[in-house]
Structure formats: C-alpha cells, structure tokens
Design a protein around this ligand. Sequence first.
Ligand code: URA
Length: 308
Amino acid sequence: MHNALSALTAELRRLKTAGVRTVAVSDESIAALKSVLLVRRAEKQKAPPAGAVAGMDSPGPRAASREMTLASVQPDRATPESIPLPAVPTVTLPAGDKAARWAALREIVLSDTTCRAHIRPGKKVVFGVGSIDAKIMFVGEAPGGEEEIQGEPFVGPAGQLLTKMILGMGLKREEVYIGNIMNWRPELLAAAGASQVGNRPPTAEEMRYCLPYLRAQIEVVNPDLLVALGKTAAEGLLGFGTFKALGDVRGRWHEFAGKPLMVTYHPSYILREPTNRKKRLIWEDLLKAMERAEQPISEKQRGYFLDK
Ligand code: URA
C-alpha cells in the first residue's frame, strides 16, 4: 500500500509541477485514500481513530467524482513522516579490534534500509570520518547537498570552514573525528526527478532513529570529548525542549554518552556573519575543548580573533 501511495503522490506532484491545480477523484479512490490515512493516523496515535479525515468527508459537487486541490498535496519526500520510521535500531558490533568494529559499524549504517530509503537516487548515506583514535569528535546535525554526493560529513562550505577551524587548533582534519547525528540528508520538496534545493533541520524522530549510530561511533572511537556544532545538534544530544536558545547552552560543558560535551555554534553561522566577534565566540569554545583534550595551545592561538 505504501508503494501505491508513493506512486500516487509522485503522479500528483508531477501534475502539480505541470501547472494542474485540480484533479477529478472518484468516490472509490477517496474511500481507498481515506482508509490508508485512517490506518496511518491510528498507527501514529496508537489509538483507534475518531471521526473522519479532515477535508475528505464533506459531500462533493458530483456524485461520481470530487475535486481535490493539489495545493495541499505534498510529495512523499517532502513530508518526513511519509516514509514511516521503524523502531530505533539496536547496534550489535562484532568482537574485534577498533578498526574492525568501526568498519563493521560503517557497513551496518551504509546498508541500513531506512537510511537508504531516505536518499534520492545517486546520493549517499553519510557515515562519520576521521581518526578512530581521535581525542576530539565533532558532531553536526545532518548531511547537506555536497555531503550526500561525496558520502562524507562536512565537505561543503560549512565543512571547509570547519576544516580551517581544526587547522587553527593545530590539528589536521584526519586527526579528529567528524560525524553527524543524521546519516541521510533530510528531504525537501522537489519536483519528480529534480535535485533537492536547500536543507531542512531533521525532526526529533529522525534524529532519534539515527542516534544509536552516533552513540556506537562514540563507543568505538572513545574520544576524550565531543563538540556539538549548532542548535540542532545540541538539541539532538541534550534533548528537545531542554533549552530555548543556543546561547543558553553554548560555551559550557555538558555530557552525552558518558563524554564531556562542549556546545558551540555551527560553522554556517560564521559563514552568514563572518565577523571576528562571531569567530571569537566559536574560538573560545574550541579553546576550552583543546584545554580539556590536553592539546597544546600557543599564545598566538589564545589571541585569535581578538581584534573585533
Ligand atoms: N552541516 C552539518 O551539520 N553536517 C554536515 O555534514 C554538513 C553541514
């Protein structure tokens, strides 16, 4: 039934893109759609649905068919809940050394059918990269356009800035570990066959699904500390609703999976406003991480971005 619904939404999307605003729908089709939506709603609410589906119940102008407006039709990939997420995965790693366990985990994530169901043709599920002996693990929210092409976190514009920040810390990109909470790029509305334009933050449910994979990477790599990049990553790690503004939690130590967690801004924040004042804010958080990881810090490094 899910496939049939996907095919239907794809066709409606195609018509909408072609400029069609209304379609005639037979009573029989409406009844079939209603039953699917009722089942979904019941599954979501884990309770028997009460009443009918909004907008599908009023008597139509014609007996044999009704008109459905396409303005409300969202393609499958535009709605996060359109591909239902199963229970969060349980990760069981094989015995073996660190490298073997990491490689096994990578394989598990890259072949996860739920992750794969959320990527568009030709795009990649994204797993963490870097040193499996890293002391510092950076955690972002989700892959973007460039990341899903290359199958590597933080390789787009924000990633290039992150790489510069890491170099400023006296480290190479390959010496830290870089991961995301999400392993797929959250989908946005796009016409059939077209590329996704723009990103959206992952939902709490999506992050819950992928979190076991991040936890497992933390377990295998066993870094000294984590650095969460941006509000969404911080929410994913600290819990939704635990803070209002990023300023409430950034620059301070928290804990996730038994590891000290520093929260700072996402590099894209600096891309939007590349002032020394903003750079210094992130830099001060990174200095704290360097100190805690017992990374040497020169006087020059301590003074970066002080001239506002
Ligand atoms: N932003 C993120 O949070 N993660 C990436 O991998 C890229 C951009």
